[in-house]
Ligand binder design. Sequence first.
Ligand SMILES: Cc1ncc(C[n+]2csc(CCOP(=O)(O)OP(=O)(O)O)c2C)c(N)n1
Ligand SMILES: [Mg+2]
Length: 893
Amino acid sequence: MCSDEFKQQLPDVDPSETQDWIESFDQVLDEEGPERARFIAYKLLKRARQRHVGLPPLTQTRYINTISPEQEPHFPGDEAIERRIRRLVRWNAVAMVLRANSAYPGIGGHLSTYASSASLYEVGFNHFFRGKDDGSGDQVFYQGHAAPGMYARAFLEGRLTEDQLDHFRREVEPGRGLSSYPHPRLMPDFWEFPTVSMGLGPISAIYQARFNRYLEHRGIADTSGSRVWAFLGDGEMDEPESLSALGMAGREQLDNLTFVVNCNLQRLDGPVRGNGKVIQELEGLFRGAGWNVIKVIWGREWDELLARDVEGVLVNKMNETVDGEFQKYSVAGGAYIREHFFGPDPRLGRLVEHLSDDDLTRLRRGGHDYRKLYAAYKAATEFTGAPTVILAKTIKGWTLGPGVEGRNITHQAKKLSEAELRIFRDRLELPIPDEKLGDAPYFRPEPGSPEMDYLLERRRALGGQLPRRVVRAQPLPAPEAATDAEFAAGSTASVSTTMVFAKLLRNLMRDPGFGQRVVPIIPDEARTFGMDPLFKEVGIYASQGQRYEPVDSDLVLSYREARDGQVLEEGINEAGSMASFQAAATSYATHAQPMIPFYIFYSMFGFQRTGDQAWAFADARGRGFMMGATAGRTTLNGEGLQHEDGHSHLLASTIGPLRAYDPAFAYELATIVRDGIERMYGRGEDLLYYVTLYNENHPMPPKPEGVDEGIVRGLYRFLEAPEVAGGAKGRVRLVGSGTILQQALTARDLLAERFGIGAEVYSATSWQLLRRDALEVERWNRLHPTEEQRVPYVTQVLGPDGGPVVLVSDWVKALPDLLGRWLPPGYVALGTEGFGRSDTREALRALFEIDAPHVAVAALSALSAAGDLPAAAVAEAISALGIDPEKLDPLDL
Ligand SMILES: Cc1ncc(C[n+]2csc(CCOP(=O)(O)OP(=O)(O)O)c2C)c(N)n1
Ligand SMILES: [Mg+2]
């Protein structure tokens, strides 16, 4: 682009030729008027774009189809039979929602979204979407609310039974029910990508397309045969995530990506842009982001009118009419259209003189014209150098009759009266007898009928039926023992768990069998986490390589971008990073290529900021590691209220398949990562590991004997109680996690030396998993009252004997409180509720009452509460340790 722009500045090499062009244009303008001049100028600009001349983009074109009738390709299918198939799918999609709601009122479902988009999908299924028989095929992101249409098609294809359709939205019985929306967690052989949280589909699709390229450029898989399709709602495009990655897709020239936006001009409550034109607005946005835009606005019935519109009055009217009015025309009938659309200008009126009012209502929108769509898809798949968006204008609820079609209530319509169903049936020309309409019966022609044969043959020719999810990846051998052996030895030098992780990751990446499958994903914080050596060692992925000499090329750790680079450096973009993470983490299924993503980020900007994507990731059955670095409310001490994370573990604990760990030591971290690798890539479990990392340096102890199981399960005894001179006056147990375990260790010394108390120290590597285990045991006991009752793991380790329990971490008290009812009575939880703030770690830990003196006081107080120490002794300790009992409660921060 730069060089093209530069060329425009060059002197004119042939001024007389230029003059000829200008004079021709002037002549058109003078003799035929501005409409014609504008027409010619548009045509030339469009041609320039099509021929990649590299003009600055014209962000909006006229409100007509991008592909003019004379450019439409030959349609290779049998249009009549494909219409008939479409009608069958339409019918069954409606039938399943009606039947579900008549059997179980209130169960929900949607009629209108699919009704508006049936042609958009069918042209894809019959002519474009590649199946998975011979490889990865295409990756299709379906609009969540259109799910009934996909089920209806799978039913026609014989993949789903009537019984399964009748269990739409009744997901409790595995294998029998059909999930409300695309959920791989619920239907792992069918759906691949969760899309129904609006906005996540578009961003996921973009990063999926980019990840396909990454696999290709790194020589891991040939993904050139895969196209990513994303079917989206026009209302959905208002989500920030929908638009935020458009620029990346343009920049990366992802011509393996096609968006199809179903522009039915409506969302749930009403028009998307009543006073504007959503298609024009989106065109400008996409074009500005470097996309190829194909508008499919008008059906073939308009071609003849537009061809006769030599004065441009019709195009003008189309340009000027706002979406709210177009919606009105979709419900108001032919007379209204004649009066209000064609009426005001007599030249327009004359254009449609030959058409009846009924004819006017049958002037279809482009998204319902199969041939126009075919032309658009074909152009999209053949376009090179940029992603394509197809903006298809439709009517929401199309074919469902006057009570539903185009109405503001249409999104939530779940019922049709028998009379409405009869009209629908007639419109679809299906041989369903009147007396059966009350049951809304499914309808599937006999096997061997022309429709069924055609339907099946098309999918065979395109590589198999879709949607479909298959897991073909083989288990990965575990990394060699040497990759993490060094962490068991410990270190006398002070290091942080973040530094340990950086080393561990580099070791893993050097492992011969395993290393190339690791995908480090970092949103612009690699230096913060000490991971910049990776830049040089394995390179940063850049599809165009490195077209400049980096400013630090003379340094050992220079910034190295490469086409086969391994690091995904996503920039300041947590949502994009999560989308990348999902693409990499599901690659074991999508491409039969297990990849091991480690997404390393500021822990505060993880679950709090992109929690919905983490949820969708787990739904998608992603397998990977989220590494929440700079963790802890008081450990990241100088960054203040917005950065200091004391609660992500609580948020993370809400996601079922997630395993959350808060390791304190190098060997714990190595054990956890090895366990994750073994479970996810060895045994093929669909899990997500969340591991928090700190930036506080301290010596790393060697790994004690026999602690592996405890580390993985979430708790083990790290140190016995010390010898206390003259014998211990009491016994307590201190439980800590992460870097705050250091405070428990100091408290242990304090208690022994100054108060004669013997304290054991436990490391709680996972609060969340301890709770999960306890819940499982509690439930089992409840349901098996006559059998020997089991004991939760946390209770086994922290039984009733051994003294009071004090639990402390850099997380909110609510986290250890999750274990409350399985702990000995009188336990004390210390933690960091309230906003963080900047200060020294010492000051913050004193403020939040999680430092060694507060741990010691909590232990003494618990002993006193148990009757083992006079209250006065606790008061003395509080004073001796310099704690002000009237200090500010950090809850009020
Ligand atoms: C993040 C999110 N917010 C809200 C919803 C609820 N919702 C479901 S469909 C819908 C309207 C969809 O409109 P549009 O995207 O235009 O799709 P259409 O059905 O019109 O094709 C809304 C608000 C949702 N699914 N996800
Ligand atoms: Mg819509």
